[in-house]
Write a protein that binds this ligand. Sequence first.
Ligand SMILES: Nc1ncnc2c1ncn2[C@@H]1O[C@H](COP(=O)(O)OP(=O)(O)OP(=O)(O)O)[C@@H](O)[C@H]1O
Length: 276
Amino acid sequence: MVQERVRSRVEEENGRGWISLEGVDFVRSKKEILRRISWRVEPGQHWAVVGANGSGKTTLLLLLAGYLWPTRGAVTVLGKTFGQVDLRELRKSIGWVGSFLQERIPPGQRPLDLIVGGKFASIGVFDAPTEADYEKARRLARRLGCDHVLESPYGVLSQGEKQRMLIARALMCDPRLLILDEPCSGLDVVARERLLATLDALGTSPDGPTLVLVTHHLEEITPAFSHVLLLKDGRCLAHGPKDGVLTAENLQEAFGLPMHVERRGGRYWAHPKNPS
Ligand SMILES: Nc1ncnc2c1ncn2[C@@H]1O[C@H](COP(=O)(O)OP(=O)(O)OP(=O)(O)O)[C@@H](O)[C@H]1O
C-alpha cells in the first residue's frame, strides 16, 4: 500500500523512477572511475553495494547524494533528475552516514547540535533550531542508544558512538533515502549486531527510508536488504535480487579468488576458499 502510494507519486513527478542512473560514467584525472552504470532502485527496495577496494562504491554514493556530478549520463534521485532540481533542497530528504561526512565534523562539536544540523543538511551554522528540534534530536539519540554522550565533544566519542550519532543525525530530516557507507566500520561485534538490528528495523518499517548500504562484509546485508549491486573496476558486474547476485561465481569474479558462500539465518557469509 505504502509502496504503491510512493510509486504513483513518483510517476506523477517524473517518469524516470525513484532512483536511477542511466549510462553514467565518472572520470577524474583521466581515470574512468565508473563506467556505463545503469541502475534502477524502485520504491520499497533496499540495496547493498558490494565490491573490492577501489571498485567505485563510495564514488557511486557521492553521485547519488549530488556531491559529485557524472561526466556522462543522468542521475535521478527521489524522482528528481539532477540539473533540474535545487540540490540543497533535495539533500534535506537524503540522510548520509559515512567517513565522507565524519571527516568534516569539527572534534569540538556538541553531538546534540550535530544531530539537529541534520534537519538543515548542514554541519556548521544553520537556521535557528526550535525546542521541538532539540527534543526530536534527544529522542533519536535515545532510540540509537547514544543519548548518554550528547554533551561530550564529538572528537572524544568512540567509533560506535560516532556512528550512532551520524545515524541519528541522518534521521533528523525524516529522510526518504538513507545512504550508508560502511556504517559498521570500527564497531566491535556486539555494537555491530546492534547497529545492524537498528538498520534492519528501519528497512522493514512501512514508512522508513529507502536504504543504500555499502559494505565489504556480506553478513552485514540483513534480511531487510532485497537487492545487491556488485561492482568491479568501476563497472556493474551484476545487480538484482540478492539471491541471484551473491553467488560464489559472481564473488569470485568480483574479488579475483574462489569464494565460499554460506547462507545462515537470512544472512550471507563469504570467505576465500584458499586464502593463501
Ligand atoms: N578525485 C579522484 N581522482 C582520482 N582518482 C580518484 C578520485 N576519487 C576516487 N578515485 C579513485 O577511484 C577509485 C574508486 O574509489 P572509491 O573510493 O569510489 O572506491 P571504493 O570502492 O569505495 O573503495 P574502498 O572499498 O577502498 O573504500 C579508486 O581507485 C580511487 O583511488
